[in-house]
Design a binder for this molecule. Structure first.
Ligand SMILES: O=c1[nH]c(=O)c2[nH]c(=O)[nH]c2[nH]1
Length: 308
């Protein structure tokens, strides 16, 4: 929210960060329970200039009220819903309920609680924590305008072969040997923009975005690994990242852009020798895993007309 003051410009927003909430749904007929755990951050663009320049809080939505709203809205959601739908519902509340609020930005990180299986049977009310997290950002304007971005954080993947790096620039500082045999490991951070521009245009199908999330994750992983027996050769992290981004845009028509961050987590060959003998000679077997320093490779791929 920008306002001008005697030749100065004030840009301001306020909100509540990291409101933690868990919601359980208990299905009546079967004894099955569902749980989500969310960390919700809200940021409001609102007309509340007097609070900044005159100590007058009469146009302020208290951040404590924002926090309470998270719990109240979670309570009101009597049917299970996706984290995307909850983010949009919250953001829509703030822009429609308060005349001062022109735009609401809601970010949520969902913890990956997964149903456990006991002797191959899904447990009715037992869950264990998985690894990668589902993220969402919903920006809703008073007009109903929407920017919806979903993502994955912390998807750690590794393959022990079918990766190499050759043909790069060599100069007096280059020590890295060329190779067609190395470990490829990364922790993928992905975010993708949906093409729905209005709250009213999002799919009405319950849990639609939850299914999309699972499917995008599958496409990213399948493209990284390739088929189970043959795999797929990766000439660089850059090339694999591009293939992953392409695969998502080609399979999901309602995704208009995707950003991928894929740090190259190096597994260094171990060669050890003393003055008189070789202790360990590397034969594609013993590695020193490192995460510092790491290569940092990121890119955004979008349809010609789209923005991220
Ligand atoms: O896949 C890679 N991309 C690079 O840009 C790079 N740079 C490097 O040293 N190793 C690698 N590997």
């Amino acid at each position: 929210m920008a306002s001008s003051l005697d030749g100065l410009k004030l840009e301001q927003r306020h909100g509540k960060a990291r409101v933690r909430v868990a919601r359980v749904w208990r299905s009546k007929e079967a004894g099955r329970h569902y749980i989500v755990e969310w960390s919700v951050s809200i940021s409001l663009l609102s007309d509340c200039l007097p609070a900044y320049v005159a100590g007058d809080n009469s146009d302020i939505v208290a951040t404590d009220t924002m926090k309470n709203t998270v719990y109240a809205k979670a309570k009101e959601c009597t049917e299970q819903l996706s984290v995307e739908d909850f983010a949009i519902l919250l953001a829509k509340h703030f822009t429609s309920f308060y005349k001062q609020v022109t735009s609401a930005i809601v970010n949520i990180v969902e913890k990956p609680w997964e149903r456990v299986h006991i002797d191959g049977q899904p447990h009715e009310h037992g869950f264990k924590l998985g690894s990668e997290k589902h993220t969402v950002e919903a920006i809703v304007k008073k007009s109903g305008g929407l920017e919806l971005t979903s993502g994955i954080e912390g998807l750690s993947v590794l393959k022990t072969t079918k990766s190499g790096f050759e043909g790069f620039i060599r100069d007096k500082y280059t020590a890295l040997p060329e190779t067609r045999e190395r470990i490829l490991a990364t922790e993928v951070t992905a975010s993708w923009r949906y093409s729905y521009d209005y709250v009213s245009s999002i799919p009405k199908k319950p849990l639609y975005f939850m299914e999309q999330y699972m499917d995008v994750k599958k496409v990213l992983a399948n493209t990284f690994f390739g088929p189970p027996t043959s795999g797929v050769y990766s000439p660089s992290v850059q090339s694999t990242l591009y293939d992953m981004a392409r695969a998502v845009l080609s399979r999901f028509p309602d995704i208009s852009a995707i950003r991928l961050k894929m740090p190259n987590l190096h597994f260094l060959p171990v060669n050890l020798s003393s003055k008189d003998n070789v202790i360990v000679k590397f034969d594609d077997d013993v590695y020193l895993p490192t995460d510092e320093p790491h290569g940092s490779i990121e890119a955004t791929l979008c349809r010609f007309w789209a923005k991220m």
